[in-house]
Design a protein around this ligand. Structure first.
Ligand code: V0V
Ligand code: CO
Length: 146
């Protein structure tokens, strides 16, 4: 079902400051940066291993575009910190259905657009032991029908 930790999402107030911290302290550099209006974030992917072939693992730094967004609300409530964990899969729609079959709530019916052309779905944190859990199908990876 899941083949890797695709990324760990970290909420921050100032994306540039957080990028600088990860670069200067840990030596990670930005692999990709984009704005995702639908998700309400400006985000940066810092590759932790591998190559950008859809199988690597990343730290995802997330700055909210507005207060009334998932990351904006999280920051107001908790301050900066780990926001979600994302597992990689080669078929996110099938993974979402499999999780629903197991009684978990997906936060959208269909996959949404994620970073670097990926397809993503979230599972409700209350169904995952308090962890907001994301499923990611990397760009260019094949969708298998089940
Ligand atoms: C909220 N809760 C969390 C949480 N956010 N628990 C763990 N981790 C989080 N990040 C808890 C919250 O404390 C409440 O617990 C409960 O869930 C319900 O909260 P709520 O106030 O009713 O709900 P909201 O409005 O804060 O929404 C929470 C959800 C929302 C998870 C439904 O954040 C959401 O739809 N997230 C999915 C989209 C997303 O996060 N996008 C940004 C990343 P108590 O107080 O009732 O105990 S975008 C991204 O990762 C991309 C683009 C990518 O990877 O490519
Ligand atoms: Co994410």
């Amino acid at each position: 079902m899941f083949s890797r930790i695709d990324h760990v999402g970290i909420a921050c107030h100032d994306l540039d400051a957080s990028i600088a911290f990860y670069r200067d302290t840990f030596g990670f550099t930005v692999s990709h940066e984009e704005v995702n209006e639908e998700q309400g974030v400006r985000e940066a992917m810092l590759r932790a291993n591998g190559t950008d072939d859809g199988q690597a693992s990343y730290i995802q730094l997330l700055q909210p575009l507005r207060e009334d967004s998932p990351v904006g609300k999280f920051l107001a409530r908790n301050g900066e910190g780990v926001h979600h964990v994302a597992f990689g899969t080669d078929d996110v729609a099938a993974a979402g259905q499999a999780m629903r079959d197991r009684g978990l709530r997906t936060l959208s019916e269909h996959p949404r657009n994620g970073s670097m052309g990926s397809s993503i779905m979230f599972l409700h944190p209350k169904d995952c032991g308090g962890v907001l859990t994301e499923m990611v199908q990397a760009s260019g990876t094949e969708t298998h029908q089940t």
